[in-house]
Design a protein around this ligand. Sequence first.
Ligand SMILES: [Zn+2]
Ligand SMILES: [Zn+2]
Length: 163
Amino acid sequence: MSDSTECCICFSPMKLPYTLDCNHTFCYLCIKQSLFSGNKGCPLCRKKISDNLVENAVSSLQVSSLQEINSSWLYISRSGDGWWYYDEETSDYIENKWIEYQKNRENDGIIEINILGMKCTVDFDLMIQKSVNNHKVHARKIIRKDKVNPDKIKGIAGVQKKQ
Ligand SMILES: [Zn+2]
Ligand SMILES: [Zn+2]
């Protein structure tokens, strides 16, 4: 890769860079979405991605600082052990819809959102994010909008904060 700071999936500066076994690097969320949408190989060289990429990433990838993360929306993790930031793009999307809903209370406060290629809804009255196709209890997430002390946050979009 000539410019290793740019991700070949989203063509933006790499966010949470994650290097695969084949040595190609992408944004963690880009490669996770690619995997979730059924592409089993590296987008550049097609080498098979290990099935436990997501779990491996959680242990090997860490954000060093959450101070500069610009996400005002949070969700509670599946295990319920703490609050996580949404990635900034998702947070911005929810924020814009939230502002719209504050201005115009006429709609029902439920928005549709695409998270890692998964169709979800966010209910602003209940503050719950739900997967549209997966009705299991753990597919529901409690969300909130807050300015929280970053020390109290577990991480961002499944990537843990460095201890
Ligand atoms: Zn990317
Ligand atoms: Zn590759």
